[in-house]
Design a protein around this ligand. Structure first.
Ligand code: HEM
Length: 562
């Protein structure tokens, strides 16, 4: 009996071992097949690039998540272009191009007969897969964008100027009454996030100004929006993350994923719902609550009485979207996008501008002289349209001036494909991939097969020495006097791509530009500031978290009001 038992145990062990060996062998064969296919039989096998990147997506994963603590892929791409030239295969299926003259070809040619899609790879990175910015198919995107676009037209944006000035005045009043002459330190990014946060919340939800009244300008809502981005690389490489994160208890989440700390802290903070009441909630619950209110008021037609219909009332009333796109969940994702995009990016542009103006007395003096003469009464800041006519302020805002006398440039600026941008704030430093679903792109001697993701980005374009000598130096003067690009054909401003371009370019571009003009004009016309324990290291791009982030441990740009 015992012998029989031992024999059958040995047989079972042998069978299990054979099974494991078989599975290992099949896996090995599968990997080998994958490596050989990707290296030799891929439609982009002939493109130059490191073999490891051609074999595995984990090449990118290593730089996104591990190298120097993560967020290093943009820098690695620059190194790869130094080795392999302007077009590089950066993953099993993606090419990256570093050639500013090719930018419009990739970003400005979407057409119903030639649809340009986004990639599945980035669909989940912001955990808002169904929002406009993450929508993969060109057709779905066109509809979703059309429902929101009128709200952000330049003409409509001008109409938000009065409200924006009111918010800027509120901040300015606090600087005068609470900070001026006291030595108290203002955290500049917090201040600007409360400015942009209040504006977008007003537009999105019709809510009153509250962020810029928060102690120290630190409002949990903008802070939470900022913290969400810390998960971007993890969500890109582990797509399931977004859907489970909400159901995992804080302590387990923190243990498994330290990058989620921001979200956890957010779950535990208080939100300003209105000026007088506070409530414990989390970001998504807060946005859901707002969307619920809007859906209810839409059904009851209450919003028609309001002189301020919100973005979401407009989406609901547009009649452009199919019912699935009007679902509660999708609208919540759109709310997350609009709040995230509307707060963070512009606030960083304003922070960068504030830092560079204050760290360079000749720039600060020249700006102040211009503002003093154009705005004799500091209580009456000019509207955006008039501020745009100030050459030195414009040079700072854009690191590029609106050259008003140059007809081609004016036409170019007015086209939907171009608007100025603050060069050194970059916008997104992560590459933006585009997929030409049906047609071939031709780059130099290369034919890029249809359906191949091809990416470019503002970081490479804005730091191209041939276009912007000493690219990391802030020099408004490089934009004065009708400057042309290196080809002598395109104006220099053609090479500013912070907002990207074309059908998928930034929807809030005019709003962002207006915010930067009004914010800088108000604060620099009325206040004298000094940097407090802040250096270049607090603004220099060191980590790619989709947006540029300075070195770890930076306390941010801080000032005192004299
Ligand atoms: C300086 C400030 C800003 C910069 C540099 C910036 C930059 C960008 C960039 C580069 C994109 C394209 C992303 C991609 O292709 O994946 C984008 C898209 C977008 N931005 Fe902005 N943005 C700024 C401010 C704003 C503001 C204030 C809003 C207002 C809500 C906004 C709303 C959006 C939206 C909705 C999209 C998606 C557009 C689409 O997919 O069709 N952005 N932005």
């Amino acid at each position: 009996m015992d012998l029989f038992f031992v024999a059958s145990e040995a047989t079972m062990l042998w069978t299990a071992t054979r099974l494991i060996l078989l599975v290992a062998f099949i896996l090995l064969l599968h990997c080998l097949r994958l490596v050989i296919t990707r290296l030799y039989f891929s439609p982009i096998a002939k493109f130059p690039g490191p073999r490891l990147a051609a074999i595995s997506y984990w090449y990118e994963g290593y730089y996104d998540l591990l190298s120097q603590g993560g967020g290093q892929f943009a820098f690695q791409l620059k190194r790869l272009h130094g080795i392999y030239g302007p077009i590089v295969r950066i993953s099993p299926d993606e090419l990256h191009i570093d050639d500013p003259d090719y930018y419009s070809e990739i970003f400005c040619n979407s057409h119903p007969s030639r649809p340009i899609d986004k990639t599945d790879l980035f669909k989940y990175r912001l955990n808002i897969a169904e929002s406009i910015v993450s929508t993969v198919s060109a057709e779905d995107h066109r509809l979703r964008r059309a429902a929101v676009a009128p709200f952000f037209s330049k003409a409509r944006t001008r109409g938000y100027n009065v409200e924006l000035q009111r918010i800027a005045d509120r901040i300015s009043h606090r600087l005068s009454t609470e900070y001026s002459g006291t030595g108290r330190v203002v955290h500049v990014t917090h201040m600007w996030s409360s400015f942009t946060g209040d504006m977008i919340r007003k537009l999105a939800f019709g809510l009153p100004i509250t962020f810029c009244d928060a102690p120290g300008f630190v409002s949990p809502f903008p802070a939470a929006m900022a913290s969400f981005i810390h998960l971007a690389h993890y969500s890109t490489h582990f797509r399931f993350l977004g859907s489970i994160i909400e159901s995992v208890p804080d302590s387990i989440l923190l243990f498994l994923l330290p990058a989620a700390r921001g979200i956890i802290e957010y779950r535990q903070v208080m939100l300003y719902h209105d000026q007088f009441s506070f409530k414990i909630s989390n970001l998504i619950q807060e946005l859901r609550r707002q969307i619920k209110v809007i859906l209810a008021s839409h059904k009851s037609d209450e919003h028609k009485a309001s002189d301020h219909p919100t973005i979401f009332h407009e989406i609901l009333a547009s009649g452009l979207l199919p019912p699935k796109d009007l679902s509660f969940d999708r609208l919540t994702q759109e709310a997350m996008l609009l709040n995230g995009a509307g707060i963070e990016t512009t606030s960083w542009s304003l922070t960068i501008a504030t830092f560079y103006i204050l760290s360079n007395p000749s720039i600060e003096n020249r700006l102040k002289e211009e503002l003093m003469s154009a705005v004799p009464n500091p209580a009456e800041i000019l509207p955006w349209g008039a501020l745009e006519q100030l050459p030195y302020l414009s040079a700072i805002v854009n690191e590029g001036t609106l050259v008003r006398d140059e007809p081609n440039l004016v036409a170019h600026m007015q086209s939907s494909h171009f608007r100025p941008a603050l060069r050194l704030s970059f916008g997104s430093v992560q590459r933006l991939p585009r997929v030409n679903r049906l047609a071939t792109w031709v780059y130099k001697d290369y034919e890029i097969p249809p359906n191949t993701p091809v990416s470019m980005d503002a970081y490479h374009t804005h730091t191209d020495e041939r276009i912007f000598p000493d690219p990391l130096e802030f020099r408004p003067e490089r934009w004065l006097g009708d400057p042309m690009g290196p080809d002598g054909i395109h104006p220099l401003s053609h090479y500013l791509v912070s907002f990207s371009r074309g059908a998928r370019g930034c929807l809030g571009m005019d709003l962002a530009v207006m915010e930067v003009y009004v914010g800088l004009a108000t604060i620099f016309r009325r206040h004298n500031m000094r940097l407090f324990e802040t250096t270049r290291a607090d603004v220099d791009f060191a980590i790619d978290l989709v947006k540029p982030v300075p070195k770890r441990g930076s306390k941010g740009v801080r000032v005192t009001i004299t």
